[in-house]
Write a protein that binds this ligand. Structure first.
Ligand code: FAD
Length: 569
């Protein structure tokens, strides 16, 4: 069908965008258009194969964004992956479904977002979720799979559960025993999705358990609803920028797009434009439309429509490293075993670490502010850092995610400190919407981020020195004791970590939901400050990093965004 004006245009048919489009199109009198830069990946085996993580990297459905050279993080640029097709990054992610520690979402309210806390978000996590109760426990035996029924939603579109790839006979129990035998035991956590994440657990994934294929945003929120006559999707169409009603007020009336055939045209929206292009794209679309820091915009000849200097700031990601050990047994399946230690479980000297970090916060805040030309203010950053400090040292959120991934005769591990303090940014580097952006996460800018990353590595070494794992594993193959000596200090770990890390692919906060005066870009109804009818609903709006992987929180925020929009109409 061809309609010339839509009520809502959703920019980006990804994880968050398809949720909002689906929910808005439940209203029959509302026309919704989703504009997606990529195509369909419905039959793409690199997407559907539940054991195929990584196969889509570098293909046409991966944006593969490049960062600037990482001054503090090894010097080289990093690749930050993101999905480019209907379904967005949910098509290429690791399918892990974990949420956040309750206190982390409560911190969204502490920072000034009234009404955004765990209690109000928890129902939205559940609303989206279609938890698949494992109906045949025989295949679960020895896998360690467990869950708390109260923590899940059963009627939502997004299938969450386990696939047979996640099984492995008895290893889960041996790892649990190992964690219980550690100097500071890591408690077993039956279900990390109820707001308490600390401990050792086996999480569910976004899989269709019956078909044993990936569940993604398009499969959950679009394909079963594609016959709705008021839900429209344009594929292979790039949104270049917003268009404005004439006059001084910032009222968007549509978007400029480049169609698959290369021609440029304008599509009109009578109500709102909803940005869901991802945290490394949505802020750029604002800048290309004249919403942002005048110093950035004027460099590329873009006239400032709304002076909002923090667009693209506050970028937070995590850094991913891994250690590897020989295994005496051969493994063929792909299980996922995760531990989320708190600071007291990971650092034997947590009190001293906390004291030192607290003393460093003013210096760190000043460093962040000066690195971005004081666009975000040192005193505000310091306050956020104190909130983050409280989360680590008072609420005892997990400080690292430790993943064990056996394959063949190897125990691979992956890990990341969950809440780095570094704040970077993403900005346009040209007025050309197809030009690569300037992406600078400033990995390892602050010492604590290396300290936590190094301690997580020591923690992993400790796992492999604890029975029964100590006897099940052979020697450490990466980095190996000849490369990083036993007992190495942070400096001793530094070059291995900085030369071998990658982005953890969890960039957030580039259009943060916060009060405007402390650097926010959207208000609590996710509307861009100074603009009457443009919202951001993707990972850009999360003010703080969460300890779970991002997608569950992205889905939940988008579910809530849809309700906010509906309630205003
Ligand atoms: P996206 O889902 O990326 O959606 C943005 C959409 O906008 C895309 O479809 C894109 O093509 C489109 N778009 C962009 N620019 C334009 C434009 N100009 N015009 C039109 N369309 C445009 N999270 C987990 O919870 N568990 C995991 O296991 C996990 N693993 C991950 C592994 C990888 C490799 C990556 C990259 C991420 C992973 N994540 C994981 C993170 C999680 O998947 C993302 O945070 C989340 O999907 C982001 O959703 P979004 O809506 O913000 O953006």
């Amino acid at each position: 069908t061809s309609v010339s004006t839509y009520d809502y245009i959703v920019v980006g048919g990804g994880t968050s965008g398809l949720v909002v489009a689906n929910r808005l199109s439940e209203l029959e009198n509302i026309n919704v258009l989703v504009i997606e830069a990529g195509g369909s990946a419905y039959d793409n085996v690199n997407v559907t194969d539940t054991g195929g993580y990584g196969n889509a990297f570098g293909t046409e459905i991966d944006w593969a964004y490049k960062t600037k050279d990482q001054e503090y993080g090894g010097g080289a640029p990093q690749t930050v992956r993101a999905g480019k097709a209907l379904g967005g990054t949910s098509l290429i992610n690791g399918m892990v479904y974990t949420r956040a520690q309750k206190s982390q979402i409560d911190a969204w309210e502490t920072v000034g977002n009234k009404g955004w806390n765990w209690e109000t978000l928890f129902p939205y996590y559940k609303k989206g979720e279609g938890f698949q109760v494992p109906d045949d426990y025989s295949w679960l035996e020895g896998s360690g799979v467990a869950y708390d029924p109260a923590d899940h939603g059963y009627k939502g579109p997004l299938k969450v559960g386990w696939s047979s790839n996640q099984l492995n006979d008895g290893l889960a129990q041996k790892l649990n025993t190992t964690y219980q035998n550690m100097d500071v035991p890591i408690p077993y956590n039956k279900d990390a999705n109820g707001g308490q994440m600390v401990g050792y657990t086996l999480y569910p994934k976004t899989v269709d358990s019956k078909l044993n294929i990936r569940e993604d945003a398009a499969r959950a929120y679009y394909y079963p609803y594609q016959s709705r006559s008021n839900l429209h999707v344009w594929l292979n169409t790039n949104v270049n920028k917003l268009t404005w009603k004439s006059g001084d007020d910032a009222i968007a009336d549509g978007v400029e797009v480049t169609l698959a055939n290369g021609t440029t045209s304008i599509v009109k929206a009578s109500r709102e434009i909803i940005l869901a292009a991802g945290s490394l794209k949505s802020p750029l679309l604002l800048e290309l439309s004249g919403v942002g820091n005048p110093d950035v915009l004027s460099k590329y000849g873009i006239k400032t429509k709304v002076n909002l200097p923090t667009v693209g700031e506050n970028l937070q990601d995590q850094m991913n490293n891994g250690l590897a050990f020989d295994s005496k047994t051969k493994y063929s399946k792909v299980p996922d075993y995760v531990a989320y230690p708190s600071v007291g479980q990971m650092f034997s000297n947590a009190t001293a670490v906390g004291k030192q970090l607290l003393a460093n916060l003013p210096k760190y805040a000043a460093q962040v502010a000066s690195a971005n030309g004081n666009v975000t203010k040192s005193k505000d950053i310091e306050r956020f850092f104190k909130i983050q400090w409280d989360l680590i040292f008072k609420s005892h959120i997990p400080v690292a995610e430790i993943l064990l991934e056996p394959s063949g005769y190897t125990y691979d591990t992956e890990y990341w400190a969950t809440v780095p303090f570094a704040r970077g940014n993403v900005h346009i580097s040209s007025a050309d919407p197809t030009a690569a952006a300037s992406i600078d996460p400033k990995y390892f800018m602050l010492d604590f981020d290396l300290q936590a990353q190094a301690q997580a590595a020591r923690f992993i070494r400790q796992i492999f020195q604890t029975e029964p794992f100590a006897s099940m594993a052979g020697s450490e193959t990466s980095p190996g004791l000849s490369s990083v000596a036993a007992g190495a200090d942070d400096q001793g770990w530094s070059s291995f970590i900085k030369n071998n890390y990658r982005s953890n692919f969890h960039p957030i906060s580039t259009a943060a939901m916060m009060p405007k005066e402390v650097g926010g870009v959207v208000d609590t109804s996710l509307k861009v400050y100074g603009v009457s009818n443009v919202r951001v609903v993707d990972a850009s709006v999360m003010p703080f990093q969460v300890c779970g992987h991002l997608q569950s929180t992205v889905y939940a925020v988008a579910e809530r965004a849809a309700d906010i929009i509906k309630n205003e109409n």
